[in-house]
Design a protein around this ligand. Sequence first.
Ligand code: ADP
Length: 541
Amino acid sequence: MEGLMMNYPLTVPSILDHGYRVYPKKEFISILPDKSRHSYMFSDLYKRSKKLMHALVNKLGVNRGDFIGTFAWNHYQHMELYYGIRGCGAVCHTINIRLSQPQTEFIINNAEDRYIFVDATLVPLLESIAALLATVEGYIILNAPKGFSTKLKNSVDYEELIADAPDNTPWVEVDENDACGMCYTSGTTGLPKGVLYSHRSTYLHALVVSLPNVAALSFNDRMLVGVPQFHVMAWGIPFAAVLTGAVLIMPSCHLQSAPFIDIIQKEQVNKASGVPTIWLGIYAALKNNPPAKPLPLKEVLIGGAAAPPSLIENYEKDFGIKVVHAWGMTETSPVGTLSRLQPQHDVLPSAEKIKIRALQGQQVPCVEIRIVLDNGAIAPKDGITSGEIEIRGPWIINSYFKSTSRENFSEDGWFKTGDVGTINDEGYLQITDRTKDLIKSGGEWISSVALEVAIMAHPKVKEASVIAIPDPHWTERPLAVIVLNNQQESIIQEELNNFLLPSFAKYQLPDKIVFVNEIPKTSVGKFNKKKLRQLYAEGKL
Ligand code: ADP
C-alpha cells in the first residue's frame, strides 16, 4: 500500500522560495573583485534570480535540459545563476577557472554549453579558446567595469540582460529527478569527467549539510564561503544557507590570507569553509600578526584534502576555533563523512580528541560507506583493516556524464571512490591511501598519468613517472622521476616546464624533478609508484 502523503517535488527553486518566504530580509554580502562591498537581501536574490530565469527563457531561448556555463568567482550574481539557471529547468555547469586551456575547452565542448556567464576579470582566459568552443552561442559578462570591451562574440552585460525582465514569473516546472547542475572532476587518464546532479540530490544534500551534526547551519550564523562556487557547488553551502536563513558572505577572488581575515573581522563571520591550504595560510598569517581583538570565527569546515592534526590542534589552542574535518568528492555532491566529537569523548585527554577530529569522520545521514577488500569481502569496523571505500546514497553518482563505463561501480551499484581507508568501531572513517593515480594540490587535481604522457613526449626523455609527495602547504605536490634517453644529456626544470605549459595549468607543473637510471616496475611492467613513494620517504630519490 502506498503512503497517503503528497508527492511534493524537491527542487532547487523551492529552496529559494523558502528563503524568500521565511527570511526575506536576510543579508547576502559579496566582496566583489574590485574590493567593493555589495549587500542585499534574500528577497533581492529571489527577485533577481526570477528576472534572470525570465531573460534566459525569453531573450536567450534557453530550454529545459540545456547546459549553461558559469566561469565566475563567488558573489551574488553567481548565486543568482545558481538559482535562475535551475529555475528555468536548465543545467548550471560551473566551470573550474583554474584548469588549463585544453581542459577548459574540453569540458565546455563536452557539456555542450550554449551560453557562458563570465566575470569580466576572467574574460581573457576564455578569449584565447573561444574560437574552439563549438556550441557556445554567446557570453554574458559579470561585474564589467565602465567601458569594458571584449573580443568574445555575442557578448552582453549581465545587468543589461536582466534589467527589464519581470521578477514574478513562475519557475519553469521540472521533475525533481531532472539534471540541474554539473561539475567536472579530474579523470585519471587526464580527461575530466562530468558529474551531473539532480534537483532532488541537491535538495537532500542541502538539508543534510544543514543538520547540527554536519555543518550545523542556522539563522544564527554568518557563513563565509571559502570554497569556490565552481568547486562542487561550494560544498552545497549556497543551498543550505538559503534553507536555514544563514547570512552568506562571498569573498569573490579575495581568498588570500590578509583579505580573508579582514572579511572575517569586518563581517563578523562565525563559520567558514575551505581546503586545508587556505586555512594553513590563514593560521600562519594570524600567528605572524595576531589580531588586536579575538576573531568572531568559531567553526571552520575543512575538507577536500586531509586536514593535518596539528592544524586542528593549533586553531583550537591558539584561537579557540573548532576545525570540523569533512571528506567527500565531486561524485558525492560532495559531503560523505564528517568528524565531530560526541558526548562519550568528553572524558578523553585532549590529544585523543584531536586524533578523533583528524579522522575523516562518520557517514552523514542518507549515505552509507563500506570498506571493500581485494577479495571482495567487506572489512570489519576495527579501525585497522583497510580497503577501498565504497559509498551509496541519494546524492552519490550513478554514472558519469556521457559514459556507459561501470568501471567505478561495484556489481551491486555502490560507487568505488578510489580512496583507501579504515572504519573504526564508532564508525569513523580514516583515509590512508588512494588507488587513483592523482595528485591533489591545494584542493585541485593534477593527473599524474597526464603529466607522465606529456613528459615522455619530450625528445630527451625515455621514461617518466610522476608521484605525489607530501607538502606542508599544498598537502601534495608532483615529483617527476625521469630516465633520460642519453644519460649524459640534461634537461632543466625550466626547459621541461616550458614544454608542458601549453597543456597544463601552472599549478599542475612538477616543481621537482629527479633523474634516475631506471624506474622500478611491477610484475606486469607498470611503474611501481608504491616503491617510488617508499624510496622518496626513505630519502633515496
Ligand atoms: P573535493 O575536493 O570537493 O572534496 P574532489 O572530487 O575534487 O572533491 O576530490 C575528492 C578527493 O579528494 C577524495 O576522493 C579524496 O581523495 C580527497 N579528499 C577529499 N576530502 C578529503 C579529506 N578530508 N581527507 C583526505 N582526502 C580527501
